[in-house]
Ligand binder design. Structure first.
Ligand SMILES: [Zn+2]
Length: 89
């Protein structure tokens, strides 16, 4: 199975930003908006494809997260701000 590991990173970073940053308390968190935010951020980030077995732990890729975290977070913040001003519903 091939997955874009960047999706996992974006999903995790987005969750922790929404949970921990009071600046984004008011944005819509419906499935539609969350997916729009993820899609927009992922379009601006390089995909990182890995092969994996179902249920496998991704710990070995944590160095990738550290290397690219600043860039990932910056893209997610841009996407949150864009989608919260232009919600798709
Ligand atoms: Zn929404």
């Amino acid at each position: 199975m091939i997955i874009n590991y960047m999706e996992e990173i974006v999903k995790n970073c987005l969750n922790s930003i929404l949970k921990n940053d009071p600046a984004y308390d008011d944005i819509c968190r419906c499935e539609h908006c969350i997916e729009d935010i993820m899609a927009k951020a992922l379009n601006n980030l390089k995909p990182y494809y890995i092969t994996t077995k179902k249920g496998e732990i991704f710990a070995e890729y944590s160095s990738l997260v550290t290397q690219q975290q600043a860039e990932v977070i910056a893209e997610i913040i841009k996407s949150i701000e864009f989608i919260s001003k232009n919600p798709g519903h």
